[in-house]
Ligand binder design. Structure first.
Ligand code: ZN
Length: 184
């Protein structure tokens, strides 16, 4: 059963009752910070609450594992736009313990794909066109190392200016405790 009818009904009332009024802000982040973090459901409200981030304060980019899978992919592009167009001066990469991308098993995912009707021929075609699905579906073995690598990648990126500081953190998805990763 889909959540859509209930969601749209709620939305109708939300707009009618001007629920949007308390959410008015601009596209420019007040704190000039962009955060790259994980899409984990536990972090949705916990992460901003744990850092006292208010509405309108920051840009937040989320994906599975807080990863940058390609130096010229959409995450890097979002960071570049955040810096040059939206005034961001600091980037926080925030990974977390107990992440779904930790020790992701690409072979298991491929088996699930086949069971859901994905054709083996299409997987072979993807492989022969140069995409290694095993690598593409691999997460990381250690979230701390992963965050450090991502920070390095951003810091060494040719389009990131040296006046932008990039820092790595790990958040505990239960307590919200955040640790700054040193010596990156
Ligand atoms: Zn995660």
């Amino acid at each position: 059963m889909s959540y859509i009818p209930e969601m749209l009904k709620f939305n109708e009332n939300f707009v009618k009752n001007k629920g949007y009024e308390k959410f008015r802000t601009t596209k420019f982040p007040d704190k000039k910070v962009a955060i790259l973090s994980c899409m984990d459901t536990r972090l949705t409200n916990l992460l901003p609450a744990a850092l006292n981030i208010q509405y309108g304060d920051i840009k937040i980019i989320k994906n599975a594992g807080a990863l940058i899978s390609h130096p010229f992919g959409s995450v890097m592009r979002s960071l570049v736009v955040a810096i040059y167009e939206l005034g961001v001066k600091e980037i926080f990469v925030i990974g977390h313990s107990d992440c779904g991308m930790e020790n992701l098993n690409s072979q298991q995912i491929i088996e699930k794909m086949l069971k859901r009707g994905i054709r083996k021929n299409d997987l072979d075609l993807i492989s022969s066109s140069g995409v290694n699905t095993n690598t593409w579906l691999t997460g990381f073995s250690n979230p701390i190392e992963s965050v450090k690598e991502t920070v390095k990648l951003i810091n060494n990126h040719p389009l990131i200016p040296k006046d932008v500081s990039v820092m790595g953190f790990i958040i505990n998805p239960t307590t919200g405790c955040i640790n700054l990763l040193k010596s990156i």
